[in-house]
Ligand binder design. Structure first.
Ligand SMILES: Cc1cc2nc3c(=O)[nH]c(=O)nc-3n(C[C@H](O)[C@H](O)[C@H](O)COP(=O)(O)OP(=O)(O)OC[C@H]3O[C@@H](n4cnc5c(N)ncnc54)[C@H](O)[C@@H]3O)c2cc1C
Length: 381
């Protein structure tokens, strides 16, 4: 028999993150949506309450969460606010290469540093000419003695301006091109790291993005993660883990929008009865609830597949991100529709959720790219 119930440890994670979201995130989400500032106050509180860095091993100061536990965590953060949730969770994206390929010494040093500082990190893959096409990355890191000389231009980097260090992907041998992609940990206080102004964007406003230029930045060789040339593999294996996190954030966002719309529809009287009593509205709510359940199930299935070392992990991680983010877009759009003018106003937060959900279809590989990953997986021999 398959058991979908949570263990008491898993339930405790849900409660801990839900409680944090209720106290810190929900009361502040509109404020940060308007100010578009990075939510340092909430990140510091998250550090103080043991909410940050879920997947970092316990021996290095994290919670040692597996992917299923991380998914439970991310659903609650997403239910609070995906933008603030990403402020807390983007570390996972930047730290996963360290988790996957870092030596014990590197993990101790960089995880320790971040936790000591109560800081955040950034994952620097995308470039002006290398978005979906990661293999077109043209940043270079040329070895000179015990240093790499890093030059390049990154774009759309979450946490760029607030990060203590960047996990940067660059070519170490331009002759070999993308086959020489290599991951490096780059402290942001090194000379030559230039942070350009913040991206002005539609949603997830509490999460900040920047373009970044590296001008002859001297990166110690000991900051390289894995061997030279493993960068592309590291980037893809990182997404195999983190796309499930985007799926879980999407489920949380959809769940919140649905709850708000459902409650509202039971109280809004038109033509002498609650609008929920109309089948047109009841069916919309039924579809929304069904999509949320399905999105959660594929997210948990993808997490289980990864945690139990199944060969399907990469495909399911892409499927979970694709399905859950599309579901979140549909559910949040319908939540606005169910609530009419009130849904479109800022008063009930669902228009914000609709704007926030859109980005989940774009970052960590657009949903077209997820379809490429899935079709390659299902068509290969
Ligand atoms: C707010 C935000 C935060 C981000 N955070 C980070 C971060 O922290 N680190 C980082 O490295 N990157 C980050 N990104 C970058 C993000 O991952 C890219 O935007 C995304 O991968 C798409 O790349 P692109 O924007 O260059 O679009 P493009 O690659 O130019 O794609 C444009 C359109 O073409 C489609 N397309 C492209 N190629 C194909 C194809 N072969 N088949 C079918 N359709 C195709 C895409 O699906 C899309 O619809 C972030 C982006 C945003 C907007």
């Amino acid at each position: 028999m398959i058991d979908f119930s949570l263990t008491s440890e898993q339930q405790a994670i849900v409660e801990k993150y839900r409680d944090f979201a209720n106290r810190w995130i929900i009361p502040n989400r509109l404020k940060y949506d308007k100010s578009a500032e990075f939510p340092w106050e909430i990140v510091k509180a998250a550090y103080d309450e043991g909410i940050m860095n879920g997947p970092i091993p316990v021996k290095f100061g994290g919670n040692g969460y597996d992917l299923m536990e991380s998914a439970l965590q991310s659903e609650e953060l997403g239910a609070g606010c995906i933008g603030i949730g990403i402020g807390i969770d983007a570390n996972t994206l930047a730290l996963t290469p360290l988790l996957l390929e870092g030596t014990d010494e590197q993990q101790k040093k960089f995880f320790g540093w971040l936790i000591e500082e109560k800081g955040v990190a950034a994952y620097c893959l995308t470039e002006p000419n290398a978005g979906s096409d990661v293999q077109s990355i043209s940043s270079t890191a040329i070895r000179k003695g015990d240093k790499y000389i890093l030059n390049g231009h990154k774009r759309f980097i979450t946490n760029g301006e607030v990060a203590s260090f960047h996990t940067v992907f660059a070519q170490t041998d331009p002759e070999k091109g993308s086959r020489s992609l290599t991951a490096l940990v780059v402290p942001t206080d090194l000379p030559g790291v230039e942070i350009l102004p913040r991206l002005d964007k539609m949603g997830q406003k509490a999460s900040v993005q920047n373009e970044i230029k590296y001008h002859d930045v001297e990166v110690p060789v000991e900051n390289r993660l894995g061997d030279e040339g493993r960068g592309f593999l590291i980037a893809m294996r990182t997404f195999d883990r983190t796309r499930t996190g985007v799926a879980a954030l999407s489920v949380g966002c959809a769940r919140s929008a649905f709850e708000i719309a459902k409650d509202w529809s039971k109280n809004r009287i038109q033509f002498g009865k609650p609008i929920a009593a109309n089948q047109a509205i009841g069916f919309m709510l039924a579809d929304m609830a069904t999509e949320i359940e399905a999105a959660r199930l594929i997210t948990w299935y993808a997490a289980w597949s990864y945690d139990s070392g199944q060969r399907t992990a990469s495909k399911l991680s892409a499927m979970s991100k694709l399905y859950a983010s599309d579901a979140a877009m549909r559910v949040t759009t319908d939540a606005v529709q169910v609530m009419g003018g009130d849904g479109y106003s800022r008063d009930f937060h669902v228009e914000k959720m609709m704007r926030d959900a859109k980005l989940c279809q774009i970052y960590e590989g657009t949903n077209q790219v997820q379809r490429i990953v899935i079709s390659k997986n299902i068509l290969k021999k």
